[in-house]
Design a protein around this ligand. Structure first.
Ligand code: ATP
Length: 336
């Protein structure tokens, strides 16, 4: 196999640890790539650069495919989110977040077969970052929803349902309150649904959706939603199947794609060698499938399932005592 070029952004916090683990597993499974390392997050800030430096964006644009570790976003103050900058600059308009039950996991839903996907809009909504303070006691934010943005998101979601041989697509919204913004999203969803008579299209209000997800998660197939609801609902879904250490994601645009875990930089456990690399690894498997390397992705996926099924070598977030290194070595051993 020819070596292809893939951009790698280790990020900060637990990012470098889980990136090393993920690349080791990919290489052990026979995937050869020229990894082009790029800076973002704290390493860039330490050098007086913005959290998402323009040269990193240029390199991803040129290479087309990137695997990204988490980057810290300070709460309430400090530098703006590197992720929001990345998604906007590269117009990565859709964020795909699958949630699937894994063998051997404990928890409330251990016997419930969950297999759903969240398709989240990635560039609009309150994440447009338009905030202002007209008075010291008043802060305002603008929720931006555009018709073309809704159309391309819904088209992507309907196409994905078809391609993956799934059946149902549910629009998640709050159009009873946000009549113009979420109302526009819902209108475009049902307009697009007319082109896909083979897909069962329905909608649900976001608060009811959260309740239904924690009662009957097995009833959902694919959910499509705006940026903020998608962010919150996908963390809820991660919790259904074992937590953030397992939740993978892909940011997809017309010209490039960036694959990253749903979780953040987990500063509370950074540098301790105990982070679970599975979420980034699963994101890398989405990347492999995206670039036509589905066979290697299946091989690694089987090794991870075997590792979870045996349950002997699990990281702490999964109720085990193993380190990132031990878990990585076990997955590599299970590649056979
Ligand atoms: P962000 O706002 O950047 O998404 P967050 O506030 O959601 O970040 P995270 O960094 O995702 O926070 O961490 C939330 C909790 O989940 C922390 O306790 C963290 O240690 C834990 N966590 C996140 N990722 C992992 C992982 N890969 N392995 C183990 N624990 C993790």
């Amino acid at each position: 196999m020819d070596k292809r070029r893939i951009a790698v952004i280790p990020g900060d916090g637990i990012g470098p640890e889980i990136t090393t683990a993920t690349l080791e597993i990919l290489e052990a499974a026979g995937f050869k790539a020229e990894w082009i390392y790029l800076e973002a997050g704290q390493p860039a800030i330490d050098k007086g650069r913005p959290p998402m430096p323009p040269e990193t964006l240029d390199a991803i644009r040129e290479i087309g495919t990137a695997l990204k570790g988490p980057t810290t976003t300070p709460v309430g103050k400090g530098h703006p989110s590197a992720n929001v900058a990345l998604r906007k600059a590269l117009d990565l308009f859709v964020n795909v977040r699958p949630t699937r039950s894994l063998p051997g996991l404990q928890g409330y839903f251990k016997d419930t077969p969950i297999n759903l996907i969240i398709v989240r809009e990635n560039t609009e909504d309150l994440y447009a970052g338009i905030e202002f303070q007209p008075h010291p006691d008043i802060a305002q934010a603008v929720k931006v929803i555009t018709r073309p943005g809704c159309r391309r998101l819904c088209k992507y979601a309907f196409e994905m349902v078809r391609e993956q041989g799934r059946k149902k697509l549910t629009a998640v919204h709050k159009a009873n309150i946000m009549k113009l913004t979420d109302g526009m999203f819902l209108d475009e969803f049902y307009a697009m649904a007319k082109n896909y008579p083979d897909v069962e299209a329905s909608d649900i209000i976001v608060d009811n959706c959260c309740m239904q997800l924690v009662i009957h998660p097995e009833k959902f197939d694919v959910l499509v939603t705006e940026n903020l609801y998608g962010d919150i609902v996908s963390d809820l879904c991660a919790g259904l199947v074992g937590g953030l250490g397992l939740a993978a994601g892909a940011n997809i645009g017309e010209h490039c794609a960036v694959f990253e875990a749903v979780h953040g930089s987990a500063p509370d456990i950074a540098g301790k060698g105990i982070a679970n690399p599975t979420a980034l690894l699963f994101s890398a498997l989405m990347m492999l499938r995206h670039i036509g390397e589905g066979e290697i992705a299946d091989k690694i996926g089987a090794a991870v399932l075997k590792t979870f099924g045996e349950g002997k070598v699990m990281t702490r977030d999964m109720g085990g005592t193993s380190s990132t290194f031990q878990f990585t070595a076990e997955v590599i051993r299970n590649l056979g």
